[in-house]
Design a protein around this ligand. Structure first.
Ligand code: NAP
Length: 435
C-alpha cells in the first residue's frame, strides 16, 4: 500500500473504489474480527476467489494467534485498528459484534469513504439509519445482509425482490438457539437439559439471556420492520418474553391442539397501528414455522399484493453467515445498488388481537375454573376450550384454557386477579396462538 494511497480524502477514496470497479481492480477487503464468521469469510475469499474481491487486511486483537497458513502471504495481519482504517482497503467487513468498539470502527470507516459490510444486528437495529446516512454522505455503502437470519437472504429479498409490494405483516423464527431448544423440547426434553446441550455444542452462550430472553430476536425484528413495514422503531419498545417458562407439559397440551411451540418474532400494521412482539407462541403444525427444526430460521413476509413469501434455511453458523457477507461484497464489487426503501420513525406497541393459550399450574381446590372464567368474562373474553389431562397430582395440576381472539391488554387485565389466587403455583403461561 503506498503512502499516497493512505493520504487521500474520503471522497477520493470512495471515488477510487468506484474506479476500482470500473477498471476491474478487485475491491480490497479488510476483515475486522477473525472469529467464527470472519474466518469463514476469509476462507471463502481465499478458496473460491470470487470475482472482484481481494482479501488484503485482517484486524483482530492478539492477532498473532489468529494467523492461518492458508491465507495469501500478501494479507496484512494487524492489531492496530487505526492503521487498517487508514489503509487503502476499500471495504471494511465488521465481524467483531456488539455496539462498542465495533460501532466506532464502522463510523470511522464510513467517514473515511470506505464501504462497510457487517453482520452486526445490534449495531444495525440501534444505529442503522444514522450509519446509512453517513455512508451516503461520504460516498460509501453500508450492507448488512447477514445481520438477520444469517445465511438466508431475507434482507436482500426484502430490499430487492419484495420492494414492489407493501408488506403488512412479518413473522419469523429469528433465533437459532431458541429454535434448537424448543424443537428439542418438542421431542420430550426439558428446558434445562437442552440448554446445557446447546451450550456444549456452542449454540448458546454461557449467559444465554440475550437469546432465550428474546433480545437478539427483537433487534432482528426491528431491522426487518424497517425494510418490510418501512418504519424506524426503537428496538427497546418491543417487549420480549423469555422462553424459559415453557415446560414439557406445554408441548404436550400444544400437541393435543395440533400445534407446537416456537419463539416467534412478529410485527404488523393494522388500522394504522403498529404492533410487534417476540416470545414463545403456539404454532399450528400446518404452518411453515412449525417445520423449522434445530438452529434453522424462517421468515414469512405477507404482502398486500404478492401474498405470503417464505424464507428459510440456516440462520447461523460461520459458513452460512459468511455466504451472506460475501454476497454483499460481490454486490459492492459489481456496483449493484440497493433499492432505497423509505422509512419513517414510528412508535410501536404490543397490542395484538389474537387467540391465546394460557397454561395454569395450581394446587387443586373447588372454584378455580369458575374464578378464571369469571375473570375472562369480565373482560368480554370468550373461552374456546378448557383442557385438563389426567395423571397429574392435585398438588401440582397443570391445565390449559384457550380463548378466542382478544386484545393483549384485555387478557392482561383479566389475568391480574387470577395471578393473585392462592392456589396458583406458578405464573400463568400466556402464549399467543398463530393461526
Ligand atoms: N456466528 C454466527 O452464527 C453469526 C450469525 C449471524 C450474525 N453473526 C454476527 O457476526 C458477528 C461476528 O460473530 P462471530 O460469531 O464470528 O463472533 P466471534 O466468533 O466471537 O468473533 C469475533 C471476533 O472479533 C474479535 N474481537 C472481539 N472484540 C474485539 C476487540 N475489542 N478488538 C479486536 N478484536 C475483537 C474476537 O477476538 P477474540 O478471539 O480475541 O475474542 C473474535 O476473533 C457478530 O456481530 C454476530 O452477531 C454471527
Amino acid at each position: 500500500m503506498s503512502q499516497l494511497e493512505d493520504a487521500i480524502t474520503p471522497h477520493e477514496r470512495a471515488a477510487a473504489a468506484g474506479a476500482a470497479r470500473k477498471a476491474d481492480r478487485p475491491l480490497r477487503i479488510a476483515i475486522f474480527g477473525f472469529g467464527t464468521v470472519g474466518s469463514s469469510v476469509a476462507r471463502i475469499l481465499v478458496e473460491s476467489k470470487p470475482d472482484g474481491l481481494e482479501l488484503t487486511h485482517v484486524f483482530n486483537r492478539g492477532v498473532a494467534r489468529k494467523r492461518v497458513d492458508w491465507a495469501p502471504c500478501g494479507v496484512m495481519w494487524s492489531e492496530d485498528a487505526d492503521a487498517v482504517l487508514n489503509s487503502g482497503a476499500d471495504v471494511v467487513v465488521e465481524l467483531v459484534g456488539g455496539l462498542d468498539p465495533a460501532g466506532a470502527w464502522v463510523r470511522r470507516a464510513l467517514e473515511n469513504g470506505k464501504s462497510v459490510v457487517t453482520a452486526n444486528k445490534k449495531l444495525i437495529a440501534f444505529h442503522g439509519v444514522e450509519l446509512e446516512r453517513l455512508a451516503a454522505a461520504r460516498g460509501g455503502h453500508l450492507k448488512y445482509g447477514a445481520a438477520v437470519a444469517g445465511g438466508i437472504p431475507v434482507i436482500p429479498g426484502l430490499e430487492q425482490g419484495l420492494a414492489g409490494d407493501r408488506i403488512e405483516r412479518i413473522e419469523g423464527i429469528l433465533n437459532g438457539t431458541c429454535n434448537f431448544i424448543l424443537s428439542r423440547m418438542e421431542a420430550g426434553a426439558e428446558y434445562a437439559e437442552v440448554l446445557a446441550e446447546a451450550q456444549k455444542r456452542g449454540y448458546a452462550e454461557a449467559d444465554p439471556t440475550e437469546d432465550v430472553g428474546g433480545f437478539d430476536a427483537r433487534a432482528k425484528l426491528a431491522i426487518l420492520m424497517r425494510l418490510a413495514l418501512r418504519v424506524q422503531v426503537d428496538p427497546e419498545e418491543i417487549i420480549p418474553k423469555a422462553i424459559t417458562a415453557v415446560t414439557a407439559v406445554d408441548f404436550s397440551y400444544a400437541r393435543d391442539l395440533g400445534s407446537t411451540i416456537r419463539q416467534v418474532a412478529r410485527a404488523n400494521r393494522r388500522e394504522g397501528r403498529l404492533a410487534a412482539t417476540v416470545g414463545p407462541m403456539l404454532v399450528d403444525r400446518r404452518s411453515p414455522l412449525a417445520w423449522s427444526q434445530g438452529t434453522e430460521n424462517m421468515v414469512i413476509a405477507s404482502g398486500r399484493y404478492g401474498g405470503d413469501v417464505v424464507f428459510s434455511g440456516h440462520g447461523a453458523g460461520g459458513h452460512p453467515t459468511a455466504v451472506a457477507v460475501v454476497s454483499d461484497l460481490l454486490a459492492l464489487a459489481h456496483g449493484s445498488r440497493r433499492v432505497e426503501i423509505p422509512s419513517s420513525p414510528a412508535r410501536v406497541g404490543g397490542e395484538f388481537e389474537v387467540p391465546h393459550f394460557i397454561r395454569f399450574l395450581v394446587k387443586d381446590r373447588p372454584g378455580i375454573v369458575a374464578a378464571i372464567t369469571g375473570a375472562l368474562a369480565a373482560e368480554q373474553i370468550n373461552i374456546r376450550a378448557i383442557l385438563q389431562k389426567p395423571g397429574y397430582p392435585a398438588d401440582g395440576l397443570p391445565f390449559v384454557v384457550t380463548v378466542e381472539p382478544c386484545k393483549s391488554s384485555a387478557l392482561k387485565r383479566a389475568l391480574e386477579p387470577v395471578r393473585a389466587m392462592d392456589c396458583m403455583l406458578a405464573e400463568p403461561l400466556d402464549l399467543q396462538m398463530l393461526e
